[in-house]
Design a protein around this ligand. Structure first.
Ligand SMILES: [Zn+2]
Length: 287
């Protein structure tokens, strides 16, 4: 079987010794209607026709980034991981390789990762922090999420906690609280997290700046090409009005400064850029 990793292989030099590589940590399926949120089906039906299955689900890749700089290595996102029950695995049609073998396949030692930054703590982004036996998958890495995200994830609001695997998160909570940040923060020189909210209360983006080029990863604010319209947000977004506002602001920067975009769940064309298109934007895949 051709793995998704072989189908989409991308890395780029950003200048100044900074390099970014896309690592796909498997894929799963998710309900198309939930992913397209409040957008009427007639507007998106054709966009997903080739991948939708008999359960109305589409393919979601688990896109991660490995960033190398002279100051260290940062992994962005960890995917679903390996500690998922067979029942949940089947229900979500989840297929690996999960992040640890995916990194090894790409030639990176998980033990060399200095920091792991996740856009948010939903199960499909923070699920790969532990090995099957419960040991840390990235033993020397700082674990960077927003403190506000931890507070929501471990809270008791029934609507807000739905996307989190609280028993799993509780196993890495101490590590997470030690590495948590509040607001914009530079993890290592050239790699910053920027709080966005919207999709979840403590959602954040990651900005990687080399001397020649900037790459941005906006987590689940920008999963698939159609999210280039700031109003196209998912039904999973806890604060959709915030998503629309923050997307419009970040997209303006991305378009003006020609940032390279990495989409969080796009399986086939995850690398691109944003172009202004009337009152919205258009995603143009470059890979
Ligand atoms: Zn997600």
């Amino acid at each position: 079987m051709t793995t998704i990793n072989e189908a989409v292989h991308w890395s780029a030099e950003l200048g100044g010794g900074t390099r970014v590589a896309l690592i796909q940590a498997g894929r799963f399926r998710s309900d198309a209607g939930a992913l397209l949120g409040v957008v009427p089906r007639i507007m998106w039906n054709d966009l997903v026709a080739s991948e939708i299955d008999d359960k109305h689900r589409i393919v979601q890749a688990l896109n991660c980034l490995l960033i190398e700089t002279p100051a260290g290595r940062v992994l962005v996102e960890t995917g679903i991981g390996d500690r998922i029950s067979d029942k949940a695995r089947a229900m979500r049609s989840y297929q690996g390789p999960w992040i640890v073998p995916a990194l090894e396949n790409a030639g990176f030692d998980p033990g060399s990762v200095d920091a792991v930054a996740v856009s948010h703590l939903h199960y499909d982004h923070a699920g790969g922090m532990l090995l099957a036996d419960g040991d840390l998958a990235f033993p020397r890495a700082r674990f960077v999420a927003q403190l506000a995200e931890w507070e929501i994830a471990m809270g008791d609001n029934p609507r807000l906690v739905a996307g989190y695997d609280q028993p799993e998160l509780s196993l890495v909570r101490d590590l997470g609280l030690r590495g948590a940040v509040t607001g914009e923060a530079e993890i290592i020189p050239g790699v910053s997290v920027v709080p966005t909210g919207g999709h979840s209360a403590g959602h954040q983006g990651v900005l990687i700046r080399g001397t020649d080029r900037t790459v941005v990863f906006l987590g689940d604010l920008f999963m698939r090409p159609w999210n280039a319209n700031p109003r196209w947000v998912t039904a999973f977004d806890d604060f959709p009005l915030d998503s629309v506002t923050v997307k419009a602001a970040l997209f303006a920067h991305a378009a003006e400064e020609s940032w390279t975009i990495v989409l969080s769940h796009e399986p086939v064309h995850p690398i691109g850029r944003l172009l202004r298109d009337r009152d919205r934007y258009r995603y143009e895949a470059t890979v």
